[in-house]
Design a protein around this ligand. Structure first.
Ligand code: SF4
Length: 447
């Protein structure tokens, strides 16, 4: 049974040295009890206590690090079932797939597509991260050559799949600098696959149909010393996949059922050849707990919506996405260029700045900190009021950069213009458009 924070505290050194990053041993104990800290952050815990606390302090779903040390991605490590309870931390990894049965040109095309699939949104680079390399004919040399090609042609995280341990080992040797995932250990080959994963210290997919069989398999593999496991229940239908994902998450969180305390992989490419269905299945996996989804194709119209969906699911709902308050010069403005202002909600910034850039009109864009609220919400909450906006404009330093004394405010904040005129008596306040799409025409009319 899990220990309470006080029970854990009794076993800690109680020196309050802060080396764990917490102000006191008690705070660290409380964080351990709720799965929000890891025991190895305290360097002074004895081996004996470590053993006693290992069970209580382990996170309910083991975080697994993938990839090389300088570009690590983590899957698992989640603490809640519902995003609104806290947040989801480690976004689902999206994987494409190449096989030894594919022609060289097909492989090269997929690698090229993988590298090209990068989208800038709200200041983030959205892209798939993984390529799964699948053995179709049991030839270790051919498999290793394909892995080499994937390594040379991409910066992808790598998953290696073969039924034969010697084939998997040949691929793993080639890809070891990227810490590939090995797939898959089954009840039939658990001894050899487990031994390989342990020998090479690599994550391993544990695959079995049925909850009892999968729990037995992960228990056996952890008993062999393989700690980084990924669950695959080999669902045949999307209904089964969703049910399994939910069962694993619930079992890991609430009774802390350790055999299911690992991230999950959904190989939707194995469930259907229809790429549209794969996209729909992957979307369900991203929404409900998949650590990795594997698609057979990385067509942009399939991947882009999944990337956006993932961004939404894995954005902390309690923290609006924001940009830094300040002056943003767009299209090389000079001292005569117009000055516009809006809030620091990231979406607002990127939409407004995108329209201004598209207009080609040199403009100074002032971004005011409204704690990440959009214009209307910030105005309603009193964070984009005339006096606050006026005070910000005075302190922003824009007067040193531009001679213009005309300030364009968002159309939805027209109500602040009176107060703003009082706050900025030397300025002319212009009410801009309500819709961002009307900004280019509005700006062009000003110059
Ligand atoms: Fe206490 Fe260990 Fe943290 Fe120091 S590092 S404050 S001893 S828990």
């Amino acid at each position: 049974m899990a220990l309470t924070g006080i029970e854990i505290f009794k076993m800690l050194p109680k020196t309050n040295c802060k080396e764990c990053g917490f102000p006191t041993c008690l705070a660290f104990a409380m964080a351990l009890a709720s799965g929000k800290a890891e025991l190895d952050k305290c360097p002074y815990v004895s081996e004996e206590v470590k053993e006693k606390l290992a069970e209580a302090s382990a996170p309910p779903i083991r975080p697994i690090k993938l990839g090389p040390k300088d570009a690590t991605k983590t899957i698992g490590g989640e603490l809640v079932q519902f995003r609104h309870e806290k947040t989801f931390f480690n976004p689902t990894i999206i994987s494409g797939r190449v096989t030894t049965a594919m022609a060289d040109a097909e492989v090269e095309a997929l690698l090229k597509q993988f590298m090209a699939l990068q989208f800038e949104r709200v200041g983030l680079n959205l892209r798939p991260e993984m390529i799964s390399v699948i053995d179709k004919d049991g030839d270790a040399g051919k498999f290793a050559a394909l892995v080499k090609k994937v390594m040379a042609g991409s910066d992808a995280l790598i998953l290696l799949r073969s039924d034969k341990v010697e084939v998997l080992k040949a691929g793993a040797e080639v890809a070891k600098e990227r810490r590939p995932i090995l797939a898959s250990a089954t009840p039939e080959n658990a001894d050899t696959m487990g031994a390989l994963a342990k020998e090479m210290d690599l994550p391993l997919v544990a695959k079995a149909e049925g909850y009892d069989a999968l729990a037995e398999l992960t228990t056996k593999l952890t008993g062999m010393g393989v700690k980084d496991l990924i669950l695959n229940s080999a669902p045949k239908t999307v209904k089964q996949m969703l049910q399994d994902n939910i069962v694993f998450r619930r079992a890991a969180l609430v009774p802390k059922f350790r055999p299911f305390g690992f991230p999950v992989i959904n190989c939707v490419s194995m469930m259907t050849d229809d790429i549209k269905k794969q996209a729909a299945y992957a979307a369900i996996g991203i929404a409900k707990y998949a650590g990795i989804v594997v698609l057979s194709d990385l067509a942009p119209h399939v991947v882009f919506p999944l990337l956006l969906q993932r961004l939404n699911i894995y954005t902390d709902p309690q923290k609006p996405m924001i940009v830094t308050q300040g002056i943003y010069p767009l299209n090389n403005p000079d001292e005569n260029s117009p000055i516009a202002i809006t809030t620091n909600f990231a979406l607002t910034y990127f939409i407004v700045s995108g329209e201004i850039e598209g207009s080609k009109v040199p403009t100074w864009l002032l971004i005011m900190d409204t704690e990440g609220l959009s214009v209307m919400t910030a105005w309603a909450a009193g964070k984009f009021a005339g006096d606050a906006v006026g005070s910000f404009v005075k302190k922003s330093g824009i007067s040193d950069k531009a001679k213009t004394r005309t300030l364009i405010i968002p159309g939805y904040a027209a109500g602040i213009s009176g107060d703003l005129e009082e706050e900025l008596p030397d300025w002319k306040i212009l009410i801009g458009p309500r819709e961002a799409s009307h900004i280019p025409a509005f700006l062009k009319a000003q110059v």
